[in-house]
Design a protein around this ligand. Structure first.
Ligand code: NOJ
Ligand code: MG
Length: 535
């Protein structure tokens, strides 16, 4: 959307929105099985609304054998019984909409569960009509896998199936078989899935591993990765040159977009992990648009200092195609907790960064409580990525632990022992405690989200990075006559920074700390938001 659209008030809802990711297994259990569910989410909507976010993205809630906790779908148009049913889904959606919130579901087009009826048929014989819905190949001469592709979860990306004497491709677990996106019937069936959920009223999708969906014709070997070092995980043995990011993916993304657009202002967020220039191609082109928000994961691996953050912002902004709307991610169910990486004080600065950058932020459940590193006791690991490649530190369980709501049994998450342990400090780090404490991480998130709502400069304004010297990142946001300055101290010492002259008497809207500081100075790990009053 350009300036003109904004002036006419037709900026799409998702440009000024904040997305809140809920990991359904770990949000709220309502039926006492230790696993979160839809009725649980429904009874916590008050919390979500008061937090001040605009849209909820739910990780997969479809029927699934749970080999990869829902990312192995066995029916794209149903609800996993452990989470609820279509009636509880409709009730949840209605309540979400009644509160003025939006709902995004998680679409997993690259692969289905091997227990999906399509795969069960496909596997049954070489001449089954669904054989070609998946990617089957004869063994290579000498009986090995058809090529050298490795699975993102470790080992070969191929599984031999003795029944028909062929291998099938699985980019992730062997329980997650890759669909064949070169087959028109697969495309048609998957587009129907989008229609099914849009028809039920959802507001958009997050699309799982979008860049993986289509593979190079003939499935040639991938080149070896010269930077591979043992311990990185076998996924990095080869470069994914032929197994991902093929030109034809953009036809698929465009087909998804065409469907979405038929239902009004519907949002597609693409999960894509690629270098910036490649990532940007997923916006598509004006005549063949792709997804509106290709996820920007730059903050997840950023060296945490003012220079590198300034560079990331500048590079990302410069790479955006004309009309492409930015977005930022600070955490997810796949990443280590931000507060675990940076410590709580700097995680407050990170929160301020996430919610004052230009673009749609995605906030991951639990980060608003500052949950840090959680120890998963031996024997309680659940993540297949960890269990398949133990000892490499690839486990994602630590970022998936249940929401701690209060200090009652099991933190109010469940009436029974949860599927993963709680954060070690749940008795003091929970929603109830933090709601009472004006200085808590939760109160900071609420204040930041409220400011985003109040000031268009923060939600949709321009951004200008002013400086990144002396460990302080300073940028300005502006919209019409509204001007806001953000200064973030990325280090543990007090710092001063060059306060632009016109901001000298500016009003301090918010600090990550209580400490009053002089203009142009910041306490250790302090971030501030200043507003020019006289405009
Ligand atoms: C990305 C998802 O976020 C992750 O959790 C999952 O394991 C893979 N895609 C495979 O679906
Ligand atoms: Mg439950």
């Amino acid at each position: 959307m350009g300036i003109q659209a904004e002036e006419h008030g037709i900026r799409p809802w998702w440009e000024s929105a904040v997305i809140y990711q809920i990991y359904p297994r770990s949000f709220q259990d309502s039926d006492g099985d230790g696993i979160g569910d839809l009725d649980g989410i429904r009874c916590r909507l008050d919390y979500v609304q008061k937090l001040g976010v605009d849209a909820i993205w739910l990780s997969p809630i479809f029927p699934s054998p749970m080999a990869d906790f829902g990312y192995d779908v066995s029916d794209y148009c149903g609800i996993e019984p452990m989470f609820g049913d279509l009636a509880s889904f409709d009730a949840l959606l209605a309540d979400i909409h009644a509160r003025g919130l939006k709902l995004l579901l998680d679409f997993v087009p690259n692969h289905s569960s091997t227990l999906h009826p399509w795969f069960v048929e496909s596997r049954s014989s070489r001449d089954n009509p669904k054989r070609d819905w998946y990617i089957w190949r004869d063994p290579a001469p000498g009986d090995g896998p058809p090529n050298n592709w490795t699975s993102d979860m470790g080992g070969a990306a191929w599984e031999f199936d003795a029944l028909t004497g062929q291998y099938y491709l699985h980019t992730f677990l062997k329980e997650q078989a890759d669909l064949n996106w070169r087959n028109p019937d697969v495309r048609a069936a998957m587009l129907d899935v989008l229609r099914f959920w849009f028809g039920r009223g959802i507001d958009g999708f997050r699309i799982d591993v979008l860049w993986h969906c289509i593979k190079a014709q003939g499935l040639p070997d991938n080149p070896p990765n010269p930077d591979y070092r043992p311990g990185m995980g076998e996924k990095f043995l080869v470069l994914q040159t032929n197994s991902a990011d093929q030109p034809e993916i953009h036809d698929i993304a465009h087909a998804f977009r065409q469907i979405a657009d038929q239902y009004g202002e519907r949002l597609l967020v693409g999960e894509i992990v690629l270098p910036l220039p490649k990532l940007m191609t997923y916006y598509g082109t004006p005549d063949r648009p792709g997804v509106q928000l290709p996820f920007n994961f730059l903050l997840l691996d950023a060296p945490w200092n003012a220079h590198s953050l300034a560079r990331i912002i500048a590079d990302y902004e410069a790479a955006l195609p004309h009309g492409g709307w930015p977005n930022w991610v600070l955490g997810s169910h796949d990443a280590p907790r931000i507060a675990g990486k940076l410590g709580e004080a700097q995680a407050r600065v990170a929160a301020m960064l996430l919610l004052t950058l230009r673009g749609t932020p995605t906030l991951y459940q639990g980060d608003e409580l500052g949950i840090g590193r959680v120890t998963i006791p031996p024997g309680r690991e659940r993540d297949p990525q960890d269990l398949r490649q133990p000892g490499l530190g690839l486990g994602r369980d630590g970022g998936r632990t249940p929401m701690p709501w209060d200090d009652s049994a099991h933190a109010g998450f469940s009436a029974t022992e949860p599927w993963l342990p709680l954060n070690d400090d749940w008795l003091v780090r929970n929603v109830a405690v933090q709601t009472q404490d004006a200085r808590s991480m939760l109160s900071l998130y609420r204040a930041l989200l409220a400011l985003r709502r109040e000031y268009r400069a923060l939600s949709v304004g321009d951004i200008r990075v002013l400086s990144s010297d002396t460990d302080v990142l300073v940028y300005e946001r502006g919209h019409e006559s509204e001007r806001i300055l953000v200064a973030l101290n990325l280090c543990e010492q007090p710092r001063s920074f060059a306060l632009p002259e016109d901001f000298a008497g500016a009003h301090r809207l918010l600090s990550t700390l209580d400490s009053p500081s002089l203009p142009g100075t910041l306490a250790p790990n302090e971030g501030v938001i200043l507003r020019l009053e006289n405009m």
